[in-house]
Design a protein around this ligand. Structure first.
Ligand code: GLU
Length: 295
């Protein structure tokens, strides 16, 4: 079976080196095995969308020679699918309504792997959906284990490390965790290749896949690009990829990923084509972050 991969940027700003590395890695991983590569705009948190950012991302990918298959998927167009998934969880008593405020949770919870562990205050209250609040998935003590293709064996106990987590927010928006699971399943994604900042989210996604009867894809979490210890992002004012220097940027991304950089002239598509034939996932640095010197 040919792999199906995807690149799923949030439209919070133009493509920068950190997101380019994720795009190149997922593209190489899918194409090297003759697979498909899809583009999904992760705009589920519409409050973070920056107008014009997605067009900048499309243009940059296009000029870099990173061409995607099929139509672009946009999360804001998929609310009905998320609603269906939530209804299926609700019908089976796997989610519950939670009316706790952020402050209440902060005051009563303990620190876990990704913020405060929800203490389960509303778990047994059987609050109706007419009560203002969020929807949380019930998690248990059974450890969730998986083998990351790069980072090796992983294990998390959701009850201890995360607690019952939000699948639909109090403001009515679906949580990233639910959206990404439904989206990957609908696209038939077999290989998720993305930044290691999401490694700790993966067990939550696996719990949702199991609850919804979806297959679990393989995962490969690549190191995050940091500068001075901080993740490169719009917040750290990462410069946008300048498409006129496409070949230079692709070469830098390949080098970051430990790949051989082919000496293939000035055309980014030719460089990628040469790189795809030499792609070796085992050469990607086996670490959660790689710090770059400041330019
Ligand atoms: N939208 C996320 C980001 O831009 C990526 C999510 C994923 O690949 O699962 O960091």
């Amino acid at each position: 079976m040919k792999p199906i991969g995807r690149f799923s940027p949030s439209p919070t700003g133009p493509l920068h080196f950190g997101s380019l590395v994720a795009a190149v890695a997922s593209w190489l991983d899918a194409r090297a095995a003759g697979g498909q590569w899809h583009l999904r705009i992760e705009d589920v948190d519409a409050t973070r969308t920056v107008p014009g950012a997605e067009d900048e991302i499309f243009r940059a990918l296009d000029s870099l020679g990173l061409h995607w298959d099929g139509p672009i998927v946009r999360q804001t167009a998929r609310t009905a699918r998320y609603e269906e998934a939530l209804a299926s969880l609700r019908d089976r008593g796997l989610v519950y309504r939670c009316r706790c405020s952020r402050k209440e949770i902060a005051d009563s919870g303990t620190h876990g792997i990704d913020g405060i562990v929800y203490p389960g205050t509303c778990r047994e209250l059987a609050l109706g959906i007419d009560v203002a609040g969020a929807e949380r998935l019930r998690v248990d003590e059974e450890p969730i284990e998986f083998e990351d293709r790069l980072q090796g064996p992983q294990s998390q106990q959701l009850a201890r490390d995360v607690g019952d987590f939000v699948v639909k927010r109090r403001d009515g928006l679906f949580a990233y965790q639910l959206a990404v699971v439904v989206d990957d399943a609908d696209l038939g994604v077999t290989d998720v290749v993305r930044g290691a900042d999401l490694l700790d989210s993966t067990p939550r996604q696996i719990a949702l896949q199991r609850a919804l009867g979806f297959p679990t894809p393989r995962y490969l979490h690549i190191p995050v690009v940091t500068v001075g210890g901080e993740k490169l992002s719009k917040q750290t004012l990462a410069p946008a990829i300048d498409a006129s220097l496409a070949t230079k940027w692709i070469a830098r991304a390949l080098a970051f990923l430990g790949q051989e950089v082919p000496d293939d002239g000035e055309n980014p598509a030719r460089l990628l084509d040469a790189a795809v034939h030499r792609y070796d996932a085992t050469r990607i640095p086996r670490t959660r972050a790689v710090d770059l010197p400041r330019d």
